[in-house]
Design a protein around this ligand. Structure first.
Ligand code: NAD
Length: 443
């Protein structure tokens, strides 16, 4: 099938590459000329395991094209994906300006039937808004064309996005048209061979499903972080509790890791946006509000531990920081806990020597050159001359450090572990001070 994808970000590019890989002809449109020019030359703008090969391969085979020309994209296919950003507006609600801009562009250029598929995460009622916006433009153009707007939210996780799209757990399609349902089934048939993964529902329920999923996942994290704060004050080790409760099949082990807060481009904004949608209809979403405020406070946790260890006197200290991306296997630093830490350390007069396996370029882009930040080539180099070590992201390569080297390099022999990677007793037995999250030691 011919498919057009507007927006070649984390979602659009992965989805486009995966659709091309199963044999569809995909045309990607983006307004970012540098990105499109780069992609044409094989430069992949984001780090996502396996993505580079998949894009290059399908581009070479002619199944994946890139353009900034919206007309080319609109003419290419009946199926038009919208996969642009929906960042938070000033009041926390989802800003639909990019989604409506793409919809508007399609309406301005279309000459035949279009099925507009909304992949971006958007509030309930957005499909109606998109349709009304497009119909208004078609009316001005005096064109009577068939137009369908489908909700097809994306559930991929950065870091395992390819696998998530190749082997989705479910494909949510919100439509009330049998003809559109048939087209969507044909499009996704290659991903649904093992068993039927496609769930057809009404458009509003599909839109809501994405928010409900992200908000529940964020709730699990904030719940565990709240438990870890209690554990810290009650002489309880949250890691033992995590294993204890995870063994209950009703709870399970997934998504109950305590840590220094969730980040990324989705959870923070989606929790906020749903809370905003609730208040717009006069409902106070108390749980969502609490999830957000617990997370906000949790992002300060590492800095609080550091301040407490140093009696609030860290001016002139140097910290090795391991991990800048908001989670492992991505270079994405949007809303990352590392940013809260770095900015607090700088404000207090400390210096940072940071290392991340993939997010160094992104850190450079965000922070530029400054005296109190040195981006180091390896995790070992980041330790050199540092007073203490702070771990912010749970990259696999941080799990088994050379503790002897930590002992030798860190002047104050202290480790602040925001992801509970190490066993406190083992680390302390080696002669290092250790502060994790909720490990039963008040600091
Ligand atoms: P992104 O910021 O990485 O990419 C958005 C892309 O859209 C950019 O390349 C931008 O240049 C392009 N764009 C903006 N306006 C455009 C226009 N008028 N025409 C064409 N292209 C345009 O965003 P993302 O992380 O891929 O997220 C996209 C949507 O998917 C968001 O709603 C997000 O909430 C949702 N989502 C994201 C993830 C994730 O893990 N990143 C997962 C599921 C859902």
């Amino acid at each position: 099938m011919n498919v057009t994808v507007f927006g070649v970000g984390y979602v659009g590019l992965v989805q486009a590459a995966v659709l091309a890989d199963v044999g569809h002809n995909v045309c990607c449109v983006d307004v970012d000329e540098a990105k499109i020019e780069g992609l044409k030359k094989g430069v992949i703008p984001i780090f996502e395991p396996g993505l580079s090969d998949l894009v290059l391969n399908n581009h070479e085979r002619g199944r994946l094209a890139f353009t900034t020309d919206a007309k080319e994209g609109v003419d290419h296919a009946e199926l038009q994906f919208i996969a642009v950003g929906t960042p938070p507006d000033e009041d926390g609600s989802a800003d639909l300006k990019y989604v409506l801009a793409v919809a508007g562009r399609i309406a301005e250029l279309m000459e035949d039937t279009k099925i507009v598929i909304d992949k971006s995460t958007v509030p309930v009622g957005t499909a109606d808004k998109v349709r009304a916006h497009m119909l208004g433009i078609l009316e001005e153009r005096k064109k009577e064309l068939d137009l369908y707007v489908v909700s097809n939210p994306e559930f991929l996780k950065e870091g395992s996005a390819l696998d998530d799209c190749m082997r989705p757990e479910r494909i949510i399609v919100g439509t009330d048209s049998d003809a559109v349902e048939a087209k969507m089934r044909e499009l996704y048939e290659p991903f649904s061979r093992n068993h039927d993964k496609i769930m057809i529902m009404d458009v509003r329920s599909a839109e809501f499903t994405k928010y409900a999923a992200n908000c529940l996942l964020a709730t699990k994290i904030s719940f565990m972080n709240e438990m870890s704060n209690l554990a810290e004050r009650m002489g309880v080790d949250i890691e033992q509790v995590r294993r204890g409760i995870g063994s209950d099949s009703r709870i399970g082990y997934k998504f109950i890791y305590p840590g220094c807060g969730y980040g990324g481009s989705c959870f923070p904004k989606d929790v906020q946006a749903l809370e905003r949608s609730a208040s717009e209809i006069g409902y106070e979403a108390k749980i969502l509000r609490a999830v957000e405020s617990v997370n906000y406070a949790q992002k300060e946790k590492l800095f609080e531990h550091i301040q407490s260890f140093y009696n609030c006197d860290i001016a002139g200290k140097t910290f090795a920081v391991w991990g800048l991306s908001f989670k492992p296997n991505t270079d994405d630093m949007r809303e990352a806990s590392s940013r809260v830490l770095l900015e607090s350390l700088w404000k207090a007069g400390a210096r940072v020597q940071a290392y991340d396996p993939e997010a160094m370029e992104e850190a450079q882009r965000i922070y530029g050159t400054r005296d109190d930040l040195t981006l180091m080539g390896t995790k070992e180099a980041a330790l050199h001359g540092a007073d203490g070590l702070v771990i912010v992201t749970e990259w696999k390569s941080f799990r088994v450090p050379d503790f002897e080297q930590l002992l030798k390099e860190l002047k104050d022999r202290v480790v602040f572990d925001g992801r509970n990677l190490y066993d406190p007793e083992r680390v302390e037995a080696l002669g290092l001070a250790y502060y994790g999250i909720g490990r039963g030691r008040s600091i």
